[in-house]
Write a protein that binds this ligand. Structure first.
Ligand SMILES: [Zn+2]
Length: 365
């Protein structure tokens, strides 16, 4: 029996307020302009400064929050075993700081805009260089520069072939390059991170754990000594991570890759403190891995039932998969990607057959 999921913090910190969550680790919560309205970033004590894990979406309020956070002084984690420091208080007055904090580097888990968005700005402002996996760095350039299968036009053709109607296609085209709004610039150089690499940050050693399915080479970080996993988007406490088939790899099985990837976390101790990119820090990662497997298995059963008697397209199945209509283009993009991911997973497993007729892709049991 797995330990239940538990949250050591009641609430998230206010923007720009760094709150200690473990020795030498502070939590920054930044706003996001979506239904998912925040992202967590982490500051790791790194010699006389801090290494940032992830950077936030390129928005002025996020830059201001960074300025406040860096103006503050270091706050120590409450003694081991005692209650964590109060969350959301503003005891750290930027003005009362003793010279502020230095940023030593930005370790970025993956290329999505809420994670990579301000890496170039932070490098310009603080000199902190980018550390990231090569697959993420290259994918970011493909999306910003609109290259080959990463173009919006290729994406909408792909969704059209999966049954998306012209009204929603038009809305996606009108939305333009949403990625570039979040990542206006990418640092010209980077340090390349690999899987299963030991990374010394301050007094501690972190092991990189590459996962697939959500992004090309998503990097989670695990510190055995502190018992902390920075999970990024690979393990979130309340919502399931978006798993999308991309237009550049239309036959891929990202859901299979994701489920295999999260199984790697089963090897970590049960009481590991998980620091996720969205939602609050939690313990109970084994239970969470189980829940995610069960969630996707249940969604797959629903799709199999819907494809029993007649072939169905991904667009037809969005409402079945999510149990509701998906209104805005931003969510349509995720919903289509996610529906195709489940259908391709079932096809790879031999449970659904893919039919391609007159440019329309459908699936039948
Ligand atoms: Zn992400």
């Amino acid at each position: 029996m797995n330990a239940p999921i538990a949250y050591p913090h009641e609430t998230a910190p206010a923007p720009g307020v760094a709150v200690p969550v473990a020795p030498g680790i502070e939590w920054l919560c930044m706003p996001l302009p979506f239904a998912l309205n925040h992202i967590n970033l982490w500051l790791l004590a790194d010699g006389d400064g801090y290494a940032a894990v992830d950077t936030g979406f390129a928005l002025d309020p996020v830059k201001q929050a960074w300025q406040s956070a860096l103006a503050g002084r270091r706050r120590e984690f409450a003694e081991h075993g005692s209650a964590p420091a109060p969350v959301g208080d503003s005891a750290m007055s930027p003005r009362a700081s003793t010279g502020g904090r230095r940023l030593t580097r930005c370790i970025v888990t993956h290329c999505h805009p809420d994670h990579l968005g301000l890496a170039a700005w932070l490098e310009q402002e603080t000199g902190a260089g980018l550390w990231i996996a090569q697959g993420e760095y290259l994918a970011a350039h493909m999306m910003v520069e609109q290259i080959a299968g990463y173009r919006i036009s290729v994406m909408v053709d792909f969704f059209r072939s999966h049954g998306l109607d012209e009204a929603r296609i038009d809305a996606l085209v009108a939305r333009g390059n949403g990625y570039k709004r979040g990542v206006p610039e990418i640092p010209a150089t980077y340090r390349r991170l690999f899987d299963d690499q030991l990374l010394k940050v301050g007094d501690h050693e972190w092991r990189t754990i590459v996962g697939h399915g959500h992004a090309p080479e998503h990097m989670s970080l695990y510190c055995a000594e502190l018992g902390v996993l920075i999970s990024g988007d690979m393990l979130l406490p309340r919502i399931s991570t978006n798993i999308s088939v991309m237009a550049s790899t239309p036959y891929s099985d990202p859901l299979g890759l994701f489920l295999d990837s999260i199984d790697k976390f089963r090897a970590l101790p049960e009481d590991t403190l998980v620091l996720p990119s969205h939602g609050r820090p939690f313990r109970g990662l084994h239970a969470r891995v189980e829940q995610l497997h069960a969630h996707h298995a249940e969604r797959c059963e629903v799709l199999l039932a819907a494809c029993k008697d007649q072939p169905r397209s991904a667009a037809e199945l969005i409402a079945v998969l999510f149990n509701r209509e998906i209104p805005d283009p931003h969510q349509t993009m995720f919903a289509m990607g996610e529906a195709i991911a489940h259908l391709n997973y079932l096809e790879h497993a031999g449970k659904l057959k893919r039919i391609e007729e007159n440019g329309l892709v459908r699936y039948i049991r």
